[in-house]
Ligand binder design. Structure first.
Ligand code: ATP
Length: 267
């Protein structure tokens, strides 16, 4: 597939994007790993995008660099129109706090805080005023994630699925430009995983938010509006309106291709 075709996408502006992104881990020529090898991809606002690819293809690296958690070796990363590369540590921290939300596989809740306090934490840290709009928004979020009767509980008193629902509410609480989710269902059983994916989908379709999710799971990817596929640090395909079967078929095709390539490669 041509680069021009791969770059085609919805006409919505990008909430986040990378251009010609290269990430090399390690400096010596013997040990250096080129985790991203010239990736250009945009994540449109108001859409749910999944990043898929074989293990080691660069999915987490792409997400971390696009979200400002790590820096590129070359190329550029943007949140909205703000280029991340030129920002100093302080401005990058502020940008992440104010404009980006995160959901991680391990929930990452603060154990000593209640559910309500965890959800409000990013806004408390930012010193944001709880005006009427913000109160209404967080109130609506609490209902969407179904945690109203758990607001005074601490994370240890919740199931894994409930903890991840708190993390989802926390990620959207500050109305960030984009929420990045790294294997958000990796620690959950399939029913709780479906609930969390359903919430991410509702946040996009009913609340106009933007989600970018890294996943191994074709069933999870099928909740997205579009899937982008990485292989060996490159963007190799994208699929609109994914279904689990279509995603699985596409992954199998990559596996078959890489097996053929390695059989044909000189030893
Ligand atoms: N901190 C690091 N130092 C050295 N190499 C790294 C580091 N992080 C990742 N890599 C390497 O970069 C490549 C891409 O890794 P990355 O974690 O982005 O892939 P991934 O597609 O998310 O993999 P997985 O699905 O297994 O989580 C891999 O070869 C990995 O070993």
């Amino acid at each position: 597939m041509s680069t021009a075709t791969l770059r085609q996408r919805s006409t919505a502006p990008d909430a986040a994007r990378v251009e010609s992104a290269v990430k090399v881990y390690g400096s010596s020529s013997d040990t250096a790993v080129r985790a991203l090898d010239g990736v250009s991809v945009g994540f449109p606002a108001g859409r749910f995008t999944a990043i898929m690819g074989p293990s080691g293809s660069g999915k987490s690296t792409l997400m971390h660099c696009a979200a400002g958690l790590d820096t590129l070796t070359s190329g550029s990363a943007y949140i909205g129109d703000t280029e991340l590369g030129p920002l100093d540590d302080r401005r990058l921290t502020l940008l992440r706090r104010d404009r980006v939300g995160f959901v991680f596989q391990a929930f990452n809740l603060v154990p000593t805080l209640t559910v309500a306090e965890n959800i409000r934490l990013p806004m408390d840290l930012a010193g944001r005023r709880f005006d009427r709009d913000t109160l209404e928004w967080t109130d609506a979020l609490i209902d969407v994630v179904g945690l109203r009767d758990r607001l005074c509980h601490r994370p240890a008193e919740l199931s894994g699925g409930q903890q991840q629902r708190v993390a989802v509410a926390r990620a959207f609480a500050g109305r960030p430009d984009v929420v990045f989710a790294d294997e958000p269902t990796g620690n959950l059983d399939s029913r709780s995983g479906e609930e969390v994916l359903g919430l991410l989908g509702r946040a996009v379709r009913e609340m106009g938010r933007t989600v970018v999710m890294v996943t191994h799971d074709p069933v999870a990817a099928a909740h997205a509006d579009e899937v982008v596929f990485l292989a060996d640090g490159r963007l190799v395909d994208r699929m609109a309106a994914p279904t689990a079967d279509k995603v699985l078929d596409r992954l199998k095709a990559f596996d078959a291709r890489s097996a053929t390539n390695s059989e044909g490669a000189p030893s």
